[in-house]
Every structure is written in C-alpha cells, then in structure tokens.
Unconditional design. Structure first.
Length: 293
C-alpha cells in the first residue's frame, strides 16, 4: 500500500509538472473506485487551474481554482504517473488530467480501492472533510511532540504498533515504517500503548521522523505496484530496512535473529534482543484502580 513517503513523492511530482497549469480536460474511463466518481466531475473542473497540491495523511489534495479540491487516495496499489499526450490507455488506467503545458497525469489503480472525491469550494476547507477531519497530526509538524504522543497513548491497551497504524495520533506511519521506527526506538511492537514510557516516546518521535525522512530521500518503499509521478519504480527503501522482511536474518545491531509476528493481519518484524517487551507498571494500575477503603 502506498504510504506517506510514496504519496509525498507523488505530490512533489505533481507540483513540479502541473502546478499553476490550466486544466484542458479531465477524462474518466472508470468511475467505480472505492466510492463512485461523480459523473459531473469533468464538467465541474472545466476552465479551472491546478493552483496547488497538498498532502494530508495519505490523501492528495489537488486544489483547482476556483471550483474546489479533489481528494485523491491511492488505495492499496494505486499510482499517478505522467504519460505522453494521447498515449494508449493501459489496463487499470481510470482517470486522466490533461494540462495546458502538455502534462498528462494518469491515475492507475488495479484493485480500485482508491478514491477521487470532489470537495467544492462552497463546502469550505477541504481539510474539514469528514475523511480528513479526524486524522492525527503530521509527523513533521511541530505539534507532534513527546507530550502529544503520550497523551494519545494514555490508557490504551492495544499494542503500540496498532496504535501507530490507526492514524488517530500521528499519520503516515504505515506497516513498513512502523516496524522500522519501533526498531530504531528500541520499543517492542507488542507492548501495550499505554505502557510506553516517556523516554521510549521521546525515542519514538525521533525514530518516526528519521525513518520517514530516509524513505522520502529514497523515493518510497519497494511496493510492486508503486511507481512515482514520472512512471519509474520508487527507490528501494526496504533494501536498506533494518528489520522489515528480514525474518531470521541477523539484527544489524546485536546479531540476534529478526522475528516475525502477525498483528491485525499485518506482518511485524522486530529484534527480540534490541526490543525487549516492557513489563507492565503495577504502580500505574494501582493509581488507575485504587483500592476501596
């Protein structure tokens, strides 16, 4: 699944090639995505200009002046790439945007789990859309602090990895990057979220930012279906991963064998030597459940 680095790489490509360009035509070949594309959307975007493209979590926000904003999600295996004008459509090419400078962006989604949702300007800020309003903070935002992370984890019995994947505390920490971040922070992925200590949280904030930065620098992870906005495969971040898909291989730090477990139907990789499972704090339980006199 394309995660934050893949989506951000795509966003940067769109900005570099199509920002400030008038839209010549939007073509929809297949409306049946996760939610059907409105049949009136191409006409709603007529005579508009792509003024910018932002990212919120895994959503691309393509703002067309003066009409409104497209919320684009790449789903499980989607991509947006550039193609020559009038080039043949491949199987699973569903939508195309043709701009005045000759740039053609084509949305490709074999599984059709992605989405292209219209948010008209009259509906207010796109970030207030129901799909975006409850997302956690961005990992590179100043609001993503140790205190913010601890507040979000407080009292949670779910495993820390699952808490990160949920996206309610911080967005963009997908399955690959959660395993890598937890390894860097020396936090066991099965540790209860509410048992994460302040020193662990401090290491985790730094590790999440460093892991995502490394992935951005390499253009994203090795997703078989992922291509960046130029149509080239993303740089192979997972080739440099410390633990992800490294089951039974030696840990790069302590040389113990990397282990694999399944959490929420997703594979998790960790080092049992570097990432010790922290024992529950009895004092914390006593404070939360004081004995009756």
């Amino acid at each position: 699944m394309p995660e934050l680095p893949e989506v951000e790489t795509t966003r940067r490509g769109i900005v570099s090639m199509a920002q400030a360009q008038p839209l010549v035509e939007m073509t929809v070949r297949e409306r049946r995505l996760r939610w059907p594309i409105a049949p009136t959307l191409p006409s709603a975007l007529a005579e508009t200009t792509l003024v910018d493209c932002h990212r919120r979590g895994k959503y691309l926000l393509m703002r067309f002046d003066p009409a409104g904003t497209l919320l684009v999600h790449l789903g499980m295996s989607g991509s947006i790439r550039t193609v020559p004008v009038d080039s043949l459509w491949r199987a699973h090419d569903h939508v195309q945007w043709h701009f005045a400078n000759g740039t053609c962006l084509r949305y490709h989604d074999p599984r059709r789990f992605g989405a292209i949702i219209w948010h008209p300007a009259a509906a207010g800020q796109a970030t207030e859309h129901p799909l975006l309003a409850r997302l956690g903070v961005e990992p590179f935002d100043a609001a993503f602090t140790v205190d913010h992370l601890l507040a979000g984890l407080k009292g949670k019995k779910v495993a820390i990895k699952q808490a990160l994947l949920a996206g309610h505390i911080v967005v963009g920490v997908g399955n690959i990057y959660a395993s890598e971040s937890l390894f860097r922070a020396r936090v066991h992925p099965q540790q209860a979220a509410g048992e994460v200590s302040k020193p662990q949280a401090a290491r985790l904030v730094v590790a999440i930012r460093e892991t995502l930065t490394d992935a951005l620098d390499s253009g994203g992870s090795t997703l078989r279906d992922y291509v960046n906005s130029s149509g080239e495969p993303g740089a192979y971040f997972t080739l440099h991963a410390a633990v992800y898909e490294k089951q039974d291989k030696p840990c790069p730090v302590c040389e113990r064998k990397i282990r694999r477990v399944v959490q929420g139907q997703r594979a998790t990789y960790f080092c049992p030597g570097c990432q010790r499972l922290r024992k529950p704090n009895p004092a914390r339980k006593t404070a939360n459940n004081p004995k009756k006199p």
